[in-house]
Design a protein around this ligand. Structure first.
Ligand SMILES: Nc1nc2c(c(=O)[nH]1)N[C@H]1C(S)=C(S)[C@@H](COP(=O)(O)O)O[C@H]1N2
Ligand SMILES: [Mo]
Length: 297
């Protein structure tokens, strides 16, 4: 098994790849239907991007930090949209997966997400490969959407239908759940762009370290480049860590800092600041500063 987390709302679909097709329909001049061979025949591109689960839509303020970096292989949705030729009335792109089932108090649901046409055209990637292998079933075989810089919930797996519409679809996973009101806003908006966030990977929580120098390491990510990553040891002042710059791809960024610490119990907190000036908030938000407790023997 790979180490990438798996999230499903309706369970895995019973999907026969040989029978599977993808359609592009709705407000388009030329509806398309493609099988996997047709998609694999198109020139393949790579995309490396941070992949983060928003967490439970019932508890939007709980930090989960289920996050990784993935190298995807596939093609840009734009290639298919350009072929299908959206009509001037098309404003939204609806992505639908093959999984069906019950969620909350509704039955016979499928997994549906939507994006503004312009955003979908610019950003959505259609992946048939993941970390150098064909996509595995739990991750959406044979084809899934990937929306870089947006929460994983937007990256529809087992993609079967792409529908262009003039209005947003009202649905469990578009307008009922996965909406939130951000600080400074008074309207609930769909859960899309990721928050500025960070995760300390070393030491792991409750680690018992040998005496000497401790190297703190972790990852940080946002919708734009993270330009500052500060650590605070034992509640002390924030100190800048060494931070990797962002390359050309929408990946996470590494950080590290070495410190010599006395024996005993310690804590370390990480706080990221991005190029838009957004800073991780104190505890209580889903992207609050990350704290890890550990001991030096
Ligand atoms: N069809 C479908 N796509 C889906 C989901 C789902 O339940 N069904 N879950 C979403 C959520 S909430 C996340 S975080 C990502 C997780 O992708 P992964 O399981 O490959 O890590 O898939 C998204 N795409
Ligand atoms: Mo998720």
């Amino acid at each position: 098994m790979d180490n990438v987390f798996v999230r499903t709302h309706l369970g895995l679909p019973d999907l026969d790849v040989a029978e599977w097709t993808l359609t592009v329909e709705g407000l388009v001049e030329r509806p398309l239907r493609l099988d996997l061979a047709a998609l694999l025949a198109l020139p393949a591109e790579q995309l490396t991007a941070v992949h983060e689960c928003f967490g439970s839509p019932f508890r939007p303020d709980v930090p989960t930090r289920a996050v990784t970096n993935v190298q995807w292989t596939g093609l840009r949705l734009a290639t298919l949209l350009d072929r299908a030729r959206p009509l001037p009335t098309a404003r939204h792109v609806v992505l639908e997966g093959a999984d069906t089932g019950s969620f909350g108090d509704e039955d016979d649901l499928s997994y549906v997400k939507d994006l503004p046409l312009e955003t979908a055209h610019r950003q959505v990637f259609l992946a048939h490969g993941m970390n150098g292998e064909p996509l595995r079933a739990p991750h959406g075989r044979p084809l899934r959407a990937v929306v870089p810089r947006m929460f994983g919930t937007n990256s529809v797996k087992w993609l079967t239908r792409i529908v262009l519409t003039d209005e947003r679809p009202r649905h469990m996973f578009t307008t009922t759940y996965y909406t939130r009101t951000l600080p400074g806003d008074d309207t609930p908006r769909p859960v899309r762009e990721v928050d500025v966030n960070s995760k300390i990977l070393s030491p792991v929580p409750d680690a018992e370290l040998a005496p000497g120098t401790v190297t703190f390491r972790g990852r940080t990510w946002s919708t734009t480049e993270v330009v500052g990553l500060d650590l605070s040891v034992d509640g002390g002042p924030w100190e800048p860590a060494v931070l990797d710059t962002l390359g050309s791809e929408p990946t996470w960024q590494g950080f590290s800092l070495r410190r010599t610490l006395a024996r005993g119990a310690h804590t370390v907190c990480s706080r990221a600041r991005d190029a838009r000036g957004r800073v991780q908030p104190p505890p209580g938000a889903r992207n609050s500063v990350h704290e890890v407790a550990f001991t030096v023997r």
